[in-house]
Write a protein that binds this ligand. Structure first.
Ligand code: EPU
Length: 424
């Protein structure tokens, strides 16, 4: 049985909404728990599908995982399995983040290639090259990354691109390597800072978190900790776009506005009044129809690729023409095909999209291709005439806790309906 959302157009979102822990942090923090024997506690976990999936991944290598509301208790035994090839692995991208900790602790890992969103090619060459520099062999065999080392030693590693996942895997292997590892052109995302903070609490020695150069002094062993996940900046930004698109007035808490500086600046340029509350959240009021703004996706602190669908959705109802450039995932413009079904005046040329704003979108059945595209279609549906059916909403459930409930509380009218889809 498939589920879809019936999104009634014409909503104006008003009120307060709290953002909880970041999906792209909690899943990696859960993997980091593999590095220390004993019970690690992670709080402020979002209630999204990917968290129990990651719990299954950890159980498959021997951990006990208890999910209790927004808290995860992960008990890592002294003897772990090096084989992470359960079916759960294929259901999310972050599962590959057990590779670094398993190689770090066991000097050996067989990790099934991860699943995740269909947003373009997602190779693991930088993860593998980093592990090789640390002294491991790494090959792809029968759908798994296989890595093995006699011992890990510190190394100088240059990444071709500041990959989030490669930075995390190399970091989690390097914390238990002998000597000093320097990762240059490392990712600088707030989620990287979060994992560095947790690893440091566990006894790791890391300098440079949040900069392009991470220096890791390997230690013998780590100990468990209790750690609170940072607020989800992508979810926070989603609410900011929701306010701008619906000419609403939203106060968003639980997220650090410094993690959203460029996003909030773009929305100011689109005509929003934005007030930030230091470290805690922001308020965004959109008094009139938004004005068109250009967007270019780049690694942090650039404009996040995960927000590109919202940039397209906002532009499609703004006054004027926007150019949107996608530099990270080539297939993310698939979202535009669905927006065109909703009456958006948009076209792509390579990694650029040109969107001419229309006064109102027009409801239609549309299909979510990934988490962010799904949420983008829901917001677009709020700006359309009539009832928009958004299909394949399990994508949205993977990343947005209580999305529909929150939207309805803020003034939207959306129903979750369970039926079989009939694709035109
Ligand atoms: N890349 C390589 N080789 C590698 C690794 C990456 O060529 O070994 C390329 C990718 O193909 C891509 C770019 O580098 O073009 C960036 O990939 P990155 O490794 O930074 O992404 P990721 O770690 O796989 C995370 C998030 C994504 C988010 C990206 C970029 C998680 C679980 N996923 O993916 O989030 O888009 O960083 O910020 O943390 C989402 O939440 O909806 C989502 C897709």
């Amino acid at each position: 049985m498939s589920e879809h959302f019936d999104v009634h157009g014409g909503a104006r979102l008003v009120g307060e909404v709290e953002v909880v822990g970041a999906k792209n942090s909690v899943l990696k923090l859960m993997a980091a728990a593999l590095l220390a024997e004993g019970t690690t506690t992670i709080t402020n976990c979002p209630q999204i599908l990917d968290v129990p999936l990651m719990a299954d991944v950890l159980r498959s290598v021997g951990c006990e995982v208890k999910l209790d509301g927004d808290t995860a208790h992960i008990t890592t035994p002294s003897e772990l399995s090096h084989r992470a090839d359960s079916p759960a692995m294929g259901k999310l991208r972050a599962s590959v983040c057990v590779l670094g900790p398993l190689v770090g602790r066991l000097k050996k890992a067989v990790v099934a290639l991860p699943g995740g969103d269909a947003i373009g090619s997602r190779p693991l060459d930088m993860h593998q090259n980093g592990l090789r520099k640390l002294g491991a062999t790494s090959t792809i065999e029968h759908g798994c990354v296989v890595a093995e080392a006699d011992g890990l030693h510190g190394a100088q590693i240059w990444l071709d691109f500041p990959s989030v996942g490669a930075t995390e895997n190399i970091l989690m292997a390097a914390v238990l390597a002998e000597g000093t590892t320097v990762i240059d052109n490392a990712a600088r995302e707030p989620e990287i800072v979060d994992i560095c903070t947790m690893l440091t609490e566990m006894g790791a020695k890391i300098e440079g978190a949040g900069t392009s150069t991470l220096t890791v002094q390997g230690v013998e062993s780590l100990h468990p900790t209790e750690h609170r996940v940072i607020g989800d900046r992508i979810v926070g930004a989603t609410w900011a776009f929701a306010a701008a698109m619906t000419r609403g007035d939203l106060t968003v808490t639980g997220v650090n506005p410094h993690h959203l500086e460029l996003v909030l600046e773009k929305l100011r340029l689109a005509g929003a009044d934005v007030t930030t509350f230091d470290g805690k959240g922001f308020r965004i009021v959109q008094p009139e129809r938004p004005r068109s703004v250009d967007f270019v996706t780049l690694p942090y602190p650039g404009f996040a690729t995960d927000l590109q669908p919202f940039a397209v959705a906002l532009s499609s109802v703004s006054e004027g023409t926007s150019m949107i450039t996608e530099n990270v995932y080539e297939a993310r413009f698939r979202f535009i095909e669905e927006m065109v079904r909703l009456g958006a005046d948009a076209r792509t040329d390579g990694h650029h999209a040109v969107v001419r704003g229309v006064e109102k979108l027009s409801s239609a059945p549309v299909w979510a291709s990934d988490i962010r595209a799904g949420a983008g279609l829901v917001l677009a549906g709020l700006c359309a005439d009539g009832v928009t059916e958004v299909w394949d909403v399990f994508h949205i459930d993977r990343g947005y806790p209580h999305f529909v409930e929150n939207l309805n509380r803020l003034g939207a009218r959306i129903e979750r309906v369970a039926t079989e889809p009939e694709r035109a």
